[in-house]
Design a protein around this ligand. Structure first.
Ligand code: ADP
Length: 173
């Protein structure tokens, strides 16, 4: 059985097989958790992202790609592109956010990862409402792990107190 864990802190410090980056479609770095991962991980991650860019072009919303993790304690970084929130398209955007979690989990399994850590994708610069995003994240992970047995642990890493409180409440239910 796969365990779900909840932490508050900085995902760049997590020793999981894979940590997930809330990237943007350029794959060439940005602010928030993306900036923190590239700063802490060093230039190797960006070099690999550039190679992926050269091969496939931009990364579409909901899709994910994988690189090694440079100087980070993780083995891999899975870069996924969350949707930018727009109230009028919430249902469609929730489906794209679910794709981020699903595709990241699939890539982790394909690369023999046992542990994976997620940030709260799209809830920063991309302004997704935190409760809705957490519901999508938890439901998608739970659905995935009931089907896949190779993952041992999925860790939700909340940077801010508000997300941590929301996840704590939802995971208790
Ligand atoms: P997005 O563009 O997908 O909204 P952000 O990086 O702006 O991405 O925010 C996504 C989430 O990552 C936010 O909840 C933000 O608080 C969180 N975050 C920012 N820095 C870190 C970090 N070092 N570790 C984990 N989470 C982080």
């Amino acid at each position: 059985m796969t365990a779900i864990a909840l932490l508050q802190g900085d995902i760049t410090k997590i020793e999981a097989d894979a940590i997930v980056n809330a990237a943007n479609s350029s794959l060439l770095g940005g602010g928030g958790v993306d900036g923190a991962i590239h700063r802490a991980g060093g230039s190797k991650i960006l070099e690999e992202c550039r190679m992926i860019r050269a091969r496939q072009g931009k990364c579409a919303t909901g899709e994910a790609v994988i690189t090694t993790a440079g100087n980070l304690p993780a083995k891999y970084v899975i870069h996924t592109v969350g949707p930018v929130f727009q109230k009028e398209n919430q249902v469609k955007l929730e489906a794209l956010l679910a794709n981020c979690y699903h595709n990241s989990l699939s890539l982790a399994v394909e690369n023999q990862c046992k542990t994976i850590a997620f940030p709260n994708i799209s809830t920063g610069i991309y302004r997704f409402p935190k409760l809705a995003a957490a519901q999508v994240a938890i439901a998608t992970v739970q659905a995935f792990i009931t089907k896949s047995t190779t993952l041992e642990k999925v860790i939700f890493v909340c940077f801010d107190e508000e997300n941590h409180t929301i996840y704590h409440q939802l995971l208790k239910e």
